[in-house]
Design a protein around this ligand. Structure first.
Ligand SMILES: Cc1ncc(COP(=O)(O)O)c(C=O)c1O
Length: 399
């Protein structure tokens, strides 16, 4: 050690070290080349490309100028908790109290707090797979085990209640349900959500419901386990304005849970965040109350892009693109080219300057797939899909 200092570190960073980095190899490489000036079409990220609605930006500015720049209650300002409670009261048809909510820096932090509240080291958490790559480090912090529940591509990647039941053991503490689903865009029917939640409830297993894509459903209808009265006592919801209002950088999300669970979530939340920025919370109130339709407007754009992308890709006999029900991605099966998802994605970046995510980054069940983001303007997306289709044909000829 320089200067003779030999202070040590906790074991946690080593335990988390590197989790996730390899999964993003194609994206990082594409970003590096782009920073050097290469003209790359980035279909590897999942953030709506639209700007945050100007009226929401104005609301934040007004709040900043009004001096809303000081400490605020750790659980969130009363106004934002009330606005959220009102919107969930409307959605569920039950009276939801502000005391059931905490405002957090995004869904990610809400999930971290709920996982810390529910999971001890050695507990098992069921996670349908493929799954959002950032789940692994959040869960790993708790020391709980991720038990994957494979989703089947021939079922449109829709989670089956039987597959959950088959994985339950005495160690199972919770299910992390992501509906609408990233990366596949699948949306579960109300019957499926009811059945899955019933099985969890009967086995005293919590359902943690990640609903960040709630407002970006273009086929089918969104259903939440929290909205089913008889099971709601065993459900925690995490969500945010990141996707619904193109506000990912605002880090404005929340956790919603039964009162006892929320009391504990808030205890941990206070230790971690010590409150969120009042001006962000004012903007969130405005987004929830005055700009509630933003998600529906963006949804129409993503539905159109998904249709365009799928029609180009499915014109190839080497690609099977799954039409998504929701969200900002298309999953395309490229296994007929003879390449893995990783080989295909890296080859596509090298030869066509198009960055996508290999399915393997999200779990074994998505091997041989690509996740293609719909978060670029239509013309760019069409150009990228044409290049992808040509690349697939060339690979198939070579193998
Ligand atoms: C399924 C899922 N959950 C959570 C998040 C994180 O959302 P937030 O920006 O609200 O933290 C994402 C972001 O892509 C996601 O896809």
């Amino acid at each position: 050690m320089p200067n003779g200092f030999a202070g040590g570190y906790s074991k946690l960073p080593d335990r988390l070290g590197g989790i996730g980095r390899a999964l993003w190899a194609v994206h990082y490489e594409a970003s590096r080349r782009r920073a050097q000036g290469d003209d790359i079409i980035m279909l590897s990220i999942g953030e709506p490309d639209m700007p945050t609605p100007p009226a929401i930006v104005d609301a934040a500015e007004r709040s900043l100028r009004a001096g809303r720049t000081h400490y605020s209650p750790a659980e969130g300002e009363p106004e934002v908790l009330q606005a959220l409670a009102d919107s969930y009261t409307k959605r569920t048809g039950r009276l939801i109290e502000p005391s059931q909510l905490m405002f957090t820096p995004g869904t990610h932090t809400a999930l971290y707090l709920v996982c810390q509240t529910l999971l001890d080291s050695g507990d098992d958490l069921l996670v349908p797979e493929p799954f959002y790559a950032a789940y692994t480090p959040v869960v790993s912090v708790t020391g709980a085990n991720v038990i994957t529940v494979p989703l089947r591509s021939d079922e449109g990647f829709r989670l089956r209640a039987d597959d959950i039941a088959a994985k339950i053991t005495p160690k199972t503490k919770a299910l992390l349900l992501n509906n609408p689903h990233n990366p596949t865009g699948a949306v579960l029917s109300l019957d499926a959500v009811e059945e899955i939640t019933r099985i969890c409830h009967e086995n005293d297993i919590w359902v943690i419901s990640d609903e960040v894509y709630e407002h970006l459903v273009y086929r089918g209808t969104f259903s939440s386990p929290f909205d089913i009265d008889q099971y709601a006592e065993g459900v925690a919801v995490v969500s945010s304005l990141s996707k619904s209002h193109a506000m990912a950088g605002w880090r404005s999300g929340w956790a919603l849970a039964p009162r006892d669970l929320m009391h504990r979530v808030r205890q941990i939340g206070e230790a971690v965040t010590f409150g969120a920025q009042p001006f962000l919370q004012d903007a969130a109130v405005f987004a929830l109350q005055e700009a509630a339709n933003t998600g529906a407007e963006m949804c129409a754009i993503f539905a159109r892009r998904a249709e365009k992308a799928c029609s180009i890709l499915n014109d190839s006999k080497h690609i099977v693109a799954h039409e998504p029900d929701s969200g900002v991605f298309v999953m395309a099966d490229i296994s007929r080219t003879g390449l893995s998802g990783s080989e295909f994605a890296m080859g596509l970046l090298d030869s066509e300057s198009v960055a996508t995510m290999p399915g393997e980054s999200f779990g074994e069940s998505a091997a041989g797939h690509l996740r293609i983001s719909l978060t670029v303007p239509d013309e760019e997306l069409v150009e990228a899909c044409l290049r992808l289709r040509d690349f697939a044909s060339r690979q198939a000829l070579e193998t």
